[in-house]
Design a protein around this ligand. Structure first.
Ligand SMILES: CC(C)(COP(=O)(O)OP(=O)(O)OC[C@H]1O[C@@H](n2cnc3c(N)ncnc32)[C@H](O)[C@@H]1OP(=O)(O)O)[C@@H](O)C(=O)NCCC(=O)NCCS
Length: 187
C-alpha cells in the first residue's frame, strides 16, 4: 500500500475521497454541460463505481484524481489529478493530468490553481520526467487550462482516441506535454 499524498493550493484542499463526496460527484457527472466533451453522462451507479476506482488507484499508487474542496466554505468542487494513460498511443507510457469541476465553480481559476499544485507534486514528490494532457479538439476550456499552467501543444502527437468509434464527434484529440526541465525553468 503506497503512502497517500494529499495537497493544497491557496483556495483548495486536494484530498482523498469521502463518502459525502458521492452525491455532489454524481450530480457533476450527470450534468450534460460538464459532460459535453465526454461520450455520455454517468448514472449514479457509474459515478459511484468511478469513485471506487479512483480510491483504489490512490491505495495502489499514492496519487490519483484528488477530490477538490474549497477551504473557505468546505464545498466539494470536483477533481484534478494524475493517472497513467491506460490505452495504447505513440506517446505512451505517459502520465496524464485531468480535471472536472462542477459548473458553479468554473471560471474562477480553480482548475488551473489545482493543476499547478498537481504539477508541483508530479515533478517534485513523484519525480516524473513528463506529464501529458489531452482532450477532444472542441474542449476549449480544457485546452485553455493546459496553456495557462504551461503545457505545450504537440500537434504532431494529436490523435484519434482509440477507445472511441471511428468518426465519433469527440474522436480527434489534441495532445499537450510538459517536461520537468521546462517546468523547472519556468519557475
Ligand atoms: C475544463 C474546466 C476544468 C476548466 O475549469 P475552470 O476552473 O473554469 O478553469 P480556470 O478558471 O482555471 O481557467 C483557466 C483558463 O481557461 C480559460 N477558460 C475557462 N473556461 C473557458 C471556456 N469555456 N472557453 C475558453 N477559455 C476558458 C480561462 O479564461 C483561463 O484562462 P486564463 O488563464 O488565460 O485567464 C471546466 O470547464 C470543466 O470542468 N469542464 C468540464 C469537464 C471537462 O471537460 N474536463 C476536461 C476533460 S479532458
Amino acid at each position: 500500500m503506497a503512502e497517500i499524498i494529499e495537497l493544497q493550493s491557496p483556495r483548495l484542499l486536494l484530498r482523498r475521497w469521502r463518502p459525502e463526496d458521492r452525491e455532489p460527484f454524481a450530480a457533476l457527472n450527470a450534468d450534460p454541460e460538464v459532460m459535453r466533451h465526454f461520450p455520455a453522462c454517468l448514472s449514479r451507479e457509474q459515478s459511484d463505481r468511478l469513485l471506487q476506482r479512483i480510491e483504489a488507484d490512490f491505495a495502489e499508487r499514492g496519487y490519483g484524481m484528488w477530490a477538490l474542496q474549497r477551504k473557505d466554505d468546505g464545498a466539494f468542487v470536483g477533481l484534478t489529478g494524475l493517472r497513467p494513460v491506460e490505452f495504447a498511443a505513440p506517446f505512451c507510457p505517459a502520465v496524464e493530468m485531468a480535471w472536472r469541476l462542477g459548473r458553479q465553480h468554473w471560471r474562477q481559476g480553480l482548475a488551473s490553481e489545482a493543476a499547478r499544485a498537481v504539477l508541483d507534486c508530479a515533478f517534485t514528490r513523484l519525480g516524473l520526467e513528463q506529464v501529458v494532457a489531452f482532450t477532444s479538439e472542441g474542449n476549449l476550456a480544457s485546452l485553455a487550462v493546459m496553456r495557462t499552467i504551461g503545457l505545450r501543444a504537440d500537434p504532431a502527437g494529436d490523435f484519434d482516441h482509440p477507445l472511441l468509434p471511428a468518426g465519433h464527434r469527440l474522436s480527434r484529440h489534441r495532445l499537450y506535454r510538459l517536461d520537468r526541465a521546462d517546468w523547472e525553468a519556468s519557475r
